[in-house]
Design a protein around this ligand. Structure first.
Ligand code: T46
Length: 377
């Protein structure tokens, strides 16, 4: 709860305070203009109580409409649009309340209307200035601030190494994992993709590198907030990874070995399905398809199987020949399996429930599909 607040609403408290200052300022201006034209009236007391209701209404709209979400980074047109809706909602709500409590004479209503017009202009201006000031304060020596978003700590070092190869020095790391953990090795753990926007927004990150995430899923959710924040993201994702499955061997070899895997810890996806292929004869080929969504872990607890992988540009072969060898396959990868020994068993842990429509079974369709989705932005 506290973390959620820190990540989201609490960090934008300065914007809420700024909103109230703008509201008071615009009221002050409109009141000043009004009494200049109509000097002989006694609306001071009445208007003060209306201003108090206005502030309460403003806070309510901020809370429910959440007009300050990603306020630190969003584009100017989004800012203007959000501010306009905020002011409009506040005005409508206030009118209803004043009507219900039978408060406010004609002239104070006029001041209120004028105040909201000024509020809209001042709010856009002040938010822009405030944003720029925070940017200046938080700016580091470097022009670009980069972050790495990971799904599992298992590939952390690998991800950083991968980025070093292309000369990228990561300043901030976010780990995207399921509920339960708050922090891991001082790395911020985010519970779902919706938390990524506010986190990178507050940290004033300019570019996010994403490693170990399903590349179909990322653009959908992140693209929207990244676009809103004028922020770039790049997938330095892998298509497949050979992993060592944790195995405990007994001192007495006759007792055997125990291998185990934990969802979201050892593999970067939750497990929704498990299946295994048995009774297959040597030299038989299976597969010849790719997945649009499904992430999988393949292992062969008995026998020997070749997995031929094709990303549309090159082909690789991984031989699964012992229970401790695992192969993580991300979506968008064409696969063919060749049985090298009769009776070899292929076990699969999958991130999705079975859905025949997320298979691509035609190679040309696969090439076309991959071309479309390969790049995130
Ligand atoms: C993959 C490789 C490694 C189901 O009804 N439910 C299931 O969960 C699965 C996996 C399959 N099926 C049905 C669909 C077909 O009528 O079982 C039949 C055989 O499936 P398929 O021809 O796709 O089998 P493989 O060996 O070519 O591929 C399987 C997986 O389907 C696939 O996801 O990556 O193993």
């Amino acid at each position: 709860m506290i973390k959620e607040l820190l990540l989201g609403k609490l960090k934008y408290l300065s914007f809420v305070v700024l909103d109230i200052i703008c509201l008071l300022l615009s009221n002050y201006i409109s009141y000043g203009i009004y009494i200049n034209f109509v000097p002989d009236n006694n609306i001071n007391y009445e208007h003060t109580s209306v201003v108090i209701i206005m502030i309460l209404v403003d806070l309510m709209v901020t809370l429910f409409y959440n007009s300050i979400h990603l306020a630190l980074r969003r584009r100017i047109r989004v800012e203007i649009y959000k501010s306009f809706i905020h002011v409009l909602l506040s005005f409508c709500l206030l009118t209803v309340i004043l009507f219900m409590v039978k408060r406010g004479s004609d002239y104070s209503r006029l001041i209120v209307l004028l105040a909201y017009v000024f509020d809209f202009i001042i709010i856009c201006l002040m938010r822009y200035i405030w944003k720029q000031s925070i940017k200046e304060i938080m700016k580091k020596k470097k022009d670009q601030k980069t972050a790495l978003l990971m799904t599992t700590d298992r590939f952390l070092e690998e991800g950083i190494e991968e980025l070093k190869k292309v000369d990228v020095d990561v300043e901030r790391i976010f780990l995207l994992q399921g509920k339960g953990q708050e922090e891991l090795y001082n790395i911020m753990v985010l519970n779902d993709l919706n938390e990524v926007g506010p986190a990178i927004c507050w940290e004033m990150i300019d570019r996010v590198y994403i490693y170990g995430l399903d590349h179909q899923m990322v653009p959908e959710i992140l693209k929207k907030s990244c676009d809103m924040m004028k922020m770039k993201f790049e997938l330095v994702d892998f298509n497949y990874r050979v992993i060592e499955i944790k195995t405990i061997k007994n001192d007495d070899p006759r007792i055997g070995a125990l291998s185990f895997l934990e969802s979201m810890r050892d593999i970067p996806f939750p497990i929704r399905r498990a299946y295994w292929i048995t009774e297959t004869e040597a030299s038989i080929k299976r597969g010849f398809h790719a997945h649009k969504l499904n992430c999988q872990l393949l292992y062969c607890p008995y026998g020997k199987i070749d997995i031929i992988l094709d990303d549309g540009e090159k082909r690789d072969t991984v031989t699964l020949d012992r229970p401790g060898k695992g192969l993580i396959l991300m979506p968008g990868l064409w696969r063919e399996m060749v049985w090298l020994e009769t009776g070899s068993v292929l076990c699969v842990l999958a991130s999705e429930f079975y859905d025949a429509s997320e298979y691509i079974r035609n190679y040309d369709d696969f090439i076309a599909y991959n071309r479309k989705y390969r790049k995130g932005s």
